[in-house]
Design a protein around this ligand. Structure first.
Ligand SMILES: NC(=O)c1ccc[n+]([C@@H]2O[C@H](COP(=O)([O-])OP(=O)(O)OC[C@H]3O[C@@H](n4cnc5c(N)ncnc54)[C@H](OP(=O)(O)O)[C@@H]3O)[C@@H](O)[C@H]2O)c1
Length: 307
């Protein structure tokens, strides 16, 4: 059950999107968490670092892909929980952090999952994360694997001329995928941190996979919410067919990546709460019945800045 004992958390990726959500959620609960964030020297001047410092987060300069195990281990002295929210670094590089966590006897390691659910063999990026999970289990390290469905922020349609973050967003959010009636689970990015704060304080989640979700929706429902809030019609968006998507999956990692997301989320319907629970995960909403999720429309209002 939930522990009220204060814990020290070592966070990787605090300047990123997932890590930022987690850093805010933990740092605003100083009675429960002391946060140490490892930040690359090239990123210490990012404006968010100032905010984190003002919230009491201790900044440690380092790089999990290049620092050796001993250096990382020294940072983990007296750390209870390690959370990695970086974009996955090459697996052998991430192993230094994992070995350091074992040597430092941390009580819980959360690797960089924060992903949608896809069964083995469906998405190369998830297979890579599964290999990291296997390495952690095989090394007998106390852990929690956290899946969040897809971020709602990553599926609502963007204007064609929007400056999106990356090629995956451009691909996922400027086209319509599949028949539109395939359900997927979603969590608002800003809520990820709130779930993580609960999950890492909970003994029930130790050595388990946990799935967070604010809702489940089809792409047609998401587009309908987007149209209602923006008054825009997204009917002219290119509609991706099964053939187009299938022909691009299973090739080289990066070019296949957006197509494998599309296929898993919007064609195969793999990312549902039912599927992930059937695969053995705990349902965070069942663990935390007092959690109040935003509705799809509430999220859309925030996303499009109408609130
Ligand atoms: N479920 C979903 O819909 C969804 C969507 C997107 C991502 N994700 C997953 O969420 C996780 C985080 O992705 P994100 O998009 O939030 O990441 P992001 O915004 O790109 O941020 C990555 C963070 O990791 C840090 N970092 C990268 N390499 C590092 C290193 N070698 N040492 C220390 N820090 C390093 C970056 O620091 P700098 O400031 O120095 O760059 C940054 O803070 C990934 O596992 C990703 O697959 C899930």
């Amino acid at each position: 059950m939930s522990s009220t004992v204060k814990q020290t958390v070592f966070l990787v990726g605090a300047t990123g999107k997932t890590g930022g959500s987690i850093a805010r959620a933990l740092a605003t609960k100083p009675e429960r968490f002391e946060v140490k964030a490892i930040v690359r020297s090239s990123s210490v001047d990012k404006p968010f670092i100032k905010e984190l410092k003002s919230l009491g987060v201790k900044i440690i300069i380092g790089d999990i892909a290049n620092d050796d195990q001993e250096t990382l281990q020294a940072h983990l002295k007296d750390v209870d929980t390690v959370i990695n929210a970086s974009i996955p670094v090459p697996e052998d590089k991430e192993h230094n952090l994992i070995r350091a966590a074992k040597a430092a006897k941390v009580k819980r390691l959360v690797p960089s999952d924060f992903a949608n659910y896809a069964p083995p063999g469906s998405m190369q990026v998830q297979d890579m994360k599964l290999r990291t999970q296997r390495f952690i289990i095989d090394n007998d390290i106390p852990h929690t694997f956290i899946l969040v469905g897809i971020w709602a922020d990553a599926v609502f349609p963007l204007p064609q001329d929007a400056d999106s973050d990356n090629f995956v967003s451009d691909f996922l959010q400027k086209q319509f995928h599949g028949p539109g009636n395939v359900k997927t689970s979603w969590t608002a990015l800003e809520r990820v941190g709130e779930f993580v704060a609960r999950i890492i304080s909970d003994t029930r989640t130790l050595n388990r996979t946990v799935q967070t979700w604010d809702g489940e929706a089809t792409l047609s429902e998401i587009y309908a919410a987007a149209s209602k809030v923006t008054g825009k019609n997204f009917d002219d968006y290119h509609k991706l067919s099964t053939e187009e998507v299938e022909s691009k999956c299973g090739k080289d990692f990066l070019p296949s990546l957006p197509y494998e997301y599309s296929r898993s989320l919007w064609f195969r319907g793999e990312n549902t709460v039912e599927s992930v629970v059937a695969a053995g995960a705990l349902d965070a909403r069942a663990l935390y019945p007092d959690y109040t999720p935003p509705s799809l429309e509430e999220f859309a209002k925030k996303f499009y800045g109408k609130q």
